[in-house]
Write a protein that binds this ligand. Structure first.
Ligand SMILES: *Cc1c(COP(=O)(O)O)cnc(C)c1O
Ligand code: SF4
Length: 335
């Protein structure tokens, strides 16, 4: 469960927008000109993992459409209360791959830092929605334990800041973390896994660009968009600022029933991403996390979609269909 964000004493424009995110399902429906009973609300689901969506993202939803693909990603549905066998709280084996609190070291050369449990948006299908962030907080001792782990393993050449969403942290903290990472000689790349440039593009401000540009490490950013409608002009601006700052941009998506489960929608997403300088990277099969079964697409149907995508897009716009299996040495290709 992801904790709430405290914004006390912080004043960047994006932090104010973050604090103004919508957290009431009835308010959200009202903003979209939908009746209060337009969608069956999962009350328990909404208490366990609250609705959270920035207003700018709501503005990209179609009014009057209860099946809008952006709305479906954030609305706590009563379908989340369906408990099915095979769906668990830790579907990808994170807890078994955590050598020190907050460091996930599953793959050769790459270590992932769980920098925070907080996010700007709560995606209903999130595989970390049950992650015990309070036991796995690497920031507890000012990152010392995590940084010591990374510094003492010379096979690690890339650190991935993930979460939660690393970009909900203030820039002073991120800049100081990046600086300390730059001081570890065997590191070559710093990667950020973040949905902020999509859901709160105002996050890409001067303070962020400043520390990204100053690092000696190559900066890679993997953003997370699932549908072309998520990319409006504010997102376009944020992504061009990142590109101009020398950041290499990739996108990962999750294949989601009722959101992006046709070749036409996926092709349009790839085309749109390329227009804004982003290369499609991964298309994830849903991780079987409790509460997300209504988003699942069977692997055979996913493979059929991939074939259709290959038939209509240049190879470089076809994302890699992957799935994560606990204990595997890489994400597993499923094409
Ligand atoms: C996905 C993931 C990575 C990155 O994998 P790539 O294939 O390099 O994108 C690294 N560490 C963990 C724990 C991951 O889940
Ligand atoms: S932004 Fe990422 S980590 Fe946060 S809720 Fe969405 S999928 Fe989960």
């Amino acid at each position: 469960m992801l904790p709430r964000i405290s914004v006390s004493g912080q004043t960047a424009a994006w932090q104010k927008l973050l604090a103004q995110a919508i957290n009431s399902p009835s308010e959200l429906l009202e903003m979209l000109d939908l009746p209060a009973d337009a969608l069956p609300l999962g009350k328990l689901a909404g208490r366990q993992f609250a609705l959270r969506v920035p207003r700018g993202y709501v503005a990209r939803m179609r009014k009057g459409d209860p099946h809008d693909p952006l709305l479906r990603q954030v609305f706590p549905s009563h379908d989340e209360e369906i408990l099915l066998p095979g769906y668990s709280a830790d579907p990808v084996g994170d807890l078994a791959a955590m050598p020190v609190p907050g460091v996930l070291h599953k793959y050769h050369g790459r270590a992932l830092l769980v920098t925070t449990g907080a996010c700007a948006i709560h995606c209903r299908y999130c595989f970390r929605r049950h992650f015990p962030y309070s036991d796995a907080n690497p920031a507890t001792h000012d990152w010392d334990t995590a940084l010591h782990y990374i510094a003492s393993d010379t096979t690690i050449n890339e650190v991935i800041l993930s979460g939660g969403d690393p970009l909900v942290l203030p820039d002073q903290r991120l800049a100081s973390l990046a600086q300390r990472l730059s001081g570890i000689p065997h590191l070559r790349r710093l990667r950020l896994h973040t949905r902020l440039p999509i859901v709160l593009p105002e996050r890409v401000d001067e303070a962020l660009l400043d520390w990204l540009q100053r690092s000696r490490l190559k900066i890679v950013m993997v953003i997370h968009a699932n549908h072309a409608n998520e990319i409006d002009t504010s997102v376009t601006t944020a992504l061009s600022l990142l590109k101009r700052a020398g950041v290499t941009l990739f996108n990962q998506s999750v294949l989601l029933r009722g959101v992006n489960d046709t070749a036409r929608i996926l092709a349009e997403l790839s085309e749109r991403l390329f227009e804004v300088n982003v290369i499609p990277y991964y298309l994830h099969l849903l991780d079987k996390v409790q509460g997300a079964s209504h988003f699942d697409i069977p692997p055979a149907q996913a493979q059929q979609l991939m074939q259709e995508l290959r038939n209509c897009l240049p190879g470089y716009l076809v994302p890699r269909l992957v799935h994560e299996r606990a204990g595997a040495p890489s994400k597993l290709p499923r094409y």
